[in-house]
Design a protein around this ligand. Structure first.
Ligand code: GLU
Ligand code: ZN
Length: 291
């Protein structure tokens, strides 16, 4: 029998907020309710967008919420050798190529890259995938059949940027594969890029994981969560309150007598009572206001 392996893969751009807690909690509940493993991976491949100390803050927050992971935390900043090896393999087989087009040129042709450099034999610049996978849809475990705009899905997207940084698509696929992830549970903000990840899996002849995209938390007014929602919870009662809202958001509301119970107790209940069928199938959902 295949064991379920899930993961939470935050970028350390700041502390966990309600939205990222949802991704952590949703992936945790799914994995634990199936007696699976749950891994944590810090996606620190984009230093300009990172906040010093955020990775540690996130890990401490996960601990405070009782979200215990298996094994040691993986850091993408330590996987460069692997990414380089994959890039070399793709370049050598013609499934990757260098591109020196400017952003200006690409926006002038409508924003979707046209494969201009793929036969030029360049030896520096950004590295793009020669995308011949022709994948424009995938199946989501919660939302069902998801179609993506063909031009986006078929684009020769970037694997390594001209400034030397690895693209999210490359790093996430390499690590999900290498860590044996069987199902990716994450927020709906990452629904669209999934087709690109499918293309990369196919190009590398790797089996793609299952996908499940959770609703994105928004304010009751329909806007993006404000900075106030980003403040890390401090006291035990705030933790319980936030956990209760997060569970309600995921359609897994606690019985009232557990509303202010210690988070460990709330979580134990949520794992044993977790039901996939109760997860809301919306792409966005306001944060519930609990009394
Ligand atoms: N590191 C990404 C983020 O925090 C998530 C990656 C993923 O779950 O695939 O937005
Ligand atoms: Zn180019």
């Amino acid at each position: 029998m295949n064991t379920y392996v899930g993961r939470f893969a935050p970028s350390p751009s700041g502390p966990l907020h309600f939205g990222s807690l949802i991704a952590a909690l949703g992936s945790y509940l799914r994995a634990r309710s199936l007696q699976g493993q749950w891994l944590v991976r810090i996606e620190d491949v984009d230093p300009p967008r990172e906040m010093a100390g955020a990775a540690d803050i996130i890990l401490r927050q996960l601990e405070r919420y009782g979200l215990e992971w298996d094994g040691s935390v993986r850091y993408q900043s330590q996987q460069s050798e692997r990414y380089e090896q994959l890039l070399a393999q793709l370049l050598a087989s013609g499934r990757g190529y260098y591109c020196d087009c400017t952003r200006k040129r690409i926006s002038a042709i409508g924003g979707i890259y046209d494969g201009h450099c793929h036969n030029l034999g360049l030896t520096q610049g950004a590295i793009r995938l020669r995308n011949q996978a022709q994948i424009s849809h995938f199946n989501d475990g919660l939302l069902g059949h998801i179609d993506t705009e063909y031009s986006f899905a078929a684009e020769d997207f970037i694997l390594k940027r001209r400034d030397g940084l690895y693209a999210y698509q490359l790093a996430v696929v390499a690590d999900d594969h290498d860590q044996g992830i069987t199902e990716v549970v994450r927020g709906n903000d990452l629904l669209e890029p999934t087709v690109r990840q499918c293309s990369l899996y196919q190009t590398l002849s790797w089996q793609a994981p299952q996908w499940l995209h959770l609703p994105l938390a928004i304010n009751p007014d329909g806007n993006k969560l404000s900075k106030q929602n980003h403040a890390p919870a401090l006291s035990e009662s705030e933790l319980s309150h936030t956990m209760a809202s997060a569970l309600a958001f995921l359609g897994q509301a606690l019985p009232t007598e557990l509303a202010s119970a210690p988070v460990a107790e709330q979580l134990r209940y949520a794992v044993t009572h977790f039901q996939l069928a109760r997860l809301p199938q919306q792409r966005q959902r306001p944060v519930p206001t609990l009394a």
